[in-house]
Design a protein around this ligand. Structure first.
Ligand code: SAT
Ligand code: MN
Length: 616
C-alpha cells in the first residue's frame, strides 16, 4: 500500500511503473532500517563492498562502470519551450520531442528491478524556501545516497499532504534485467550517447537515463537544486547558487556568514570546513556545494543549504588539506571509485604521502606505485550526512538561513588573477562573477587543465539563458541596495614561472578571510586600483609565513599586460552570450580597459570605480 493518498503523485507513480515495468515498487520512508536493508542488499549483490567494521564502521565502497564516473555535460539538456530561453551555454531540445524520446527509452527499462519512490525535501522541511521532489529510481545506490544527501523519507511525504506541489524526478539506470540474466556490479548504459539528463523547466520536471553517478542520478542536487531551482528563483525573486556557506568567527567573537562559488572540484569543501591557521579564528560549515539565497524581512540576504550531506571529492582530501572532512568520513560513509586497502579500508591519492602496500584500484585491479593510472579515480567521491561533520554549524539546518555579509567567487587561475580582490560595488561584483574562469577539472568528462569561462561557477548548472541570469543578479543587487553583501574574487591557485603554487592555501586561507572581514567592517585595508580593491601594503596578515620572493608582487599586484589580454578574452566570452547580455556588463569591461590604460593602474583610481549598490 502506498503511504499516501496524494492523487497526482499516485497517478504519476502508476504511470511511470506502467512505462518502466519494474518487478516491485518500494516507497522509501527514510528510516535507518531501510538504509541498512538497502546497503545490505547491495553488498549481497556485489554492488557495494562493506568496509572493515573497525576501521570504517558503517561504510561501503562502490565501483562504477568505467564509463560512468562524472557529470555528462554533453548529454545534459534544458528543454524550455523556446530554444532561446535555454541560451548558448546549454544544450536545448524540443520538449515535446524529447518527452517522446524519453518515453521510448524508459519503456521496460526497469524490468527485473525494484522501482524506488523517494520523497525528499531540498532545504529543511518547513523552511520558507523548501521544495519537495519525488525521485523515482531503479538504483538502490541512489536511494541510499539520497538518504544521506537530502531531507528524505516520510516527513517529506507528510509535508506534501494530499495535494501539495512536488517536482517529479524520473531516473533509471537503463539496464533492464530480463529473467535469467545476471546483474552487473554497476548497471548503467555504457554508450554515453545514449544517456540523457533532461530538465523541463516549464513543468518543472527532470528525467535522467543511463547513468547512476553523482549529479546525473541524485536528482535533488545539480538537477533540482541548481538547474530547475535557478529558473524558479529567477521567476520568484531569489537565487539558487553553486556556493558553499560558512560561518567565520573572529578572535573578537564577531560573526560573519560567507558564501563562495567555485567551479566543481576547486576546493569548496576544503574552504567550507577550513581549520584556521591563525589563533582565535573559527570556521563552522553550513554547506559545501549549493546555497539558496533569499531576501529576508529585514532586507538582508539569507542563505539556506538545500542539501543534507556532502558529495565531496576524495583525492587530495587529507588530514592536512581538510582535517574536518577526514573526521566526517570516519564512519557511515559511502565511498565511490576510491582504492581499497588490504585491510578493508579506503585510500586515494593525497590521503597519505606513501600509498599503503597491497592496494586494489577503483576498477578492482591490484595497484602499486608503478601502475600507469591512479589508484582512485580523480573524481572519486565520498557521500556522507552533514550531521557527521565535527565542524557543522549549529544553524546549518535553520529554516530561515543565515544573513550573508560577503560573497566570494574564485577558480583555478595559474596567472593574472590576484589572491584576493574586492569588487567596487555589487554591480562590479556581478562583473567579476560573470567573468569567473577556471582550469577544467575531472568533475566533468573531457579535457582537464584548459581555461574555460564559468560565470558564477554556474556554467553547467544554470537552467536558463546565462544572459538573463546575469541580469537577475543585477536586479537582486538593486533590490538589496545598502544591504547587498560585499563581493570578492579569490584565487588560491596562482603559480610562479616554474609552475609552483605561490600561496600555501588550506588553513592559511583564513588570512584572506581575515582581510575580507576587515573590509566588511569598513577598516581601511584596501587600495583602489584599476581592477578592484586590493590589499593595501602590509594589510594582508602573512605573519609567520615564508612566502617566496615574488609572491607578494604576484599575489596582490596587477599584471597589467595580463589584464589587458584578459579584457579581450572577457569581451570575446561576453559576445558568446549574444544580445541577452546585460549591456552594463559589456560597458564594465570597456571601463576596465580604460582604467588599465590610465597612467598608473596600480594606484588609487579617483572616480574610476563604478558606483552602485553596496559600494566599496
Ligand atoms: O555534479 S556532481 O554532483 O556529480 C559533482 C560536481 O560536479 O560537483
Ligand atoms: Mn558542485
Amino acid at each position: 500500500m502506498p503511504p499516501t493518498t496524494h492523487a497526482r503523485l499516485l497517478r504519476w507513480v502508476d504511470d511511470m511503473a506502467t512505462l518502466c515495468q519494474p518487478s516491485a515498487i518500494h516507497w522509501c520512508d527514510g528510516s535507518e532500517e531501510e538504509y541498512r536493508a538497502l546497503t545490505a542488499g547491495m553488498v549481497s549483490q556485489g554492488m557495494l563492498i562493506a568496509l572493515d567494521e573497525r576501521k570504517r564502521p558503517g561504510s561501503f565502497l562502490a565501483r562504477t562502470h568505467p564509463s560512468d564516473v562524472a557529470r555528462l555535460e554533453e548529454r545534459t539538456f534544458i528543454c524550455s519551450a523556446n530554444a532561446e530561453d535555454a541560451g548558448p551555454t546549454n544544450n536545448w531540445a524540443d520538449p515535446v520531442q524529447m518527452k517522446a524520446t524519453l518515453r521510448g527509452v524508459f519503456a521496460g527499462a526497469m524490468q527485473g528491478r525494484t522501482l524506488y519512490v523517494i520523497p525528499f525535501s531540498m532545504a529543511p522541511i518547513g523552511s520558507v524556501v523548501a521544495k519537495i521532489g519525488i525521485e523515482i529510481t531503479d538504483s538502490p545506490y541512489v536511494a541510499a545516497s539520497m538518504r544521506l544527501m537530502t531531507h528524505m523519507g516520510r516527513p517529506a511525504l507528510e509535508a506534501l499532504g494530499t495535494d501539495g506541489d512536488f517536482i517529479p524526478c524520473m531516473h533509471s539506470l537503463g539496464a533492464p534485467l530480463p529473467p535469467g540474466s545476471r546483474d552487473s556490479s554497476w548497471p548503467c548504459v555504457s554508450d554515453p550517447g545514449k544517456k540523457y539528463i533532461v530538465h523541463f523547466p516549464d513543468d518543472p520536471s527532470i528525467w535522467s537515463f543511463g547513468s547512476g553517478y553523482g549529479g546525473n542520478a541524485l536528482l535533488g542536487k545539480k538537477c533540482l537544486a541548481l538547474r530547475i531551482a535557478s529558473r524558479l528563483a529567477r521567476d520568484e525573486g531569489w537565487m539558487a547558487e553553486h556556493m558553499l556557506i560558512l560561518h567565520l568567527t573572529s578572535p573578537a567573537k564577531r560573526d560573519y556568514y560567507l558564501t563562495a562559488a567555485f567551479p566543481s572540484a576547486c576546493g569548496k569543501t576544503n574552504l567550507a570546513m577550513l581549520e584556521p591557521s591563525l589563533p582565535g579564528w573559527t570556521v563552522r560549515c553550513l554547506g559545501d556545494d549549493i546555497a539558496w539565497l533569499h531576501i529576508g524581512d529585514d532586507g538582508r540576504l539569507y542563505a539556506v543549504n538545500p542539501e543534507a550531506g556532502f558529495f565531496g571529492v576524495a583525492p587530495g582530501t587529507s588530514p592536512r588539506s581538510n582535517p574536518a572532512a577526514i573526521s566526517t568520513i570516519a564512519r557511515d560513509t559511502i565511498f565511490t571509485n576510491v582504492a581499497l586497502t588490504a585491510d578493508g579500508d579506503v585510500w586515494w591519492e593525497g590521503l597519505t604521502e606513501q600509498p599503503p602496500a597491497g592496494l586494489i584500484d577503483w576498477q578492482g585491479r591490484p595497484w602499486s606505485p608503478g601502475s600507469p593510472t591512479p589508484a582512485a579515480h580523480p573524481n572519486a567521491r565520498f557521500t556522507v550526512s552533514a550531521a557527521r561533520c565535527p565542524v557543522i554549524d549549529r544553524q546549518w539546518d535553520d529554516h530561515a538561513g543565515v544573513p550573508i555579509s560577503a560573497i566570494l567567487f574564485g577558480g583555478r587561475r595559474p596567472g593574472v588573477i590576484p589572491l584576493v580582490n574586492q569588487a567596487f560595488s555589487w554591480e562590479h561584483g556581478v562583473f567579476l562573477g560573470a567573468t569567473t574562469g577556471s582550469e577544467t577539472t575531472s568533475a566533468t568528462i573531457g579535457k582537464t587543465g584548459v581555461l574555460r569561462r564559468d560565470p558564477f561557477a554556474m556554467l553547467p548548472f544554470c537552467g536558463y539563458h546565462m544572459g538573463d541570469y546575469l541580469g537577475h543578479w543585477l536586479e537582486m543587487g538593486e533590490r538589496l541596495g545598502r544591504h547587498a553583501p560585499r563581493i570578492f574574487f579569490v584565487n588560491w591557485f596562482r603559480k610562479n614561472a616554474d609552475g609552483r603554487y605561490l600561496w600555501p592555501g588550506f588553513g592559511e586561507n583564513v588570512r584572506v578571510l581575515k582581510w575580507i572581514t576587515e573590509c566588511i567592517d569598513g577598516r581601511s585595508v584596501a587600495t583602489s586600483t584599476a581592477i578592484g580593491l586590493l590589499p593595501s601594503p602590509g594589510a594582508l596578515d602573512v605573519s609567520g609565513l615564508s612566502l617566496p620572493e615574488e609572491a607578494g608582487r604576484d599575489l596582490t599586484g596587477i599584471d597589467v599586460a595580463g589584464w589587458k589580454r584578459e579584457v579581450t578574452l572577457i569581451a570575446d566570452f561576453f559576445r558568446t552570450l549574444g544580445n541577452r547580455l546585460p549591456p552594463r556588463l559589456a560597458s564594465m569591461d570597456e571601463e576596465l580597459r580604460q582604467r588599465l590604460d590610465a597612467p598608473n593602474p596600480r594606484s588609487a583610481q579617483a572616480g574610476g570605480a563604478p558606483g552602485g549598490a553596496g559600494g566599496g
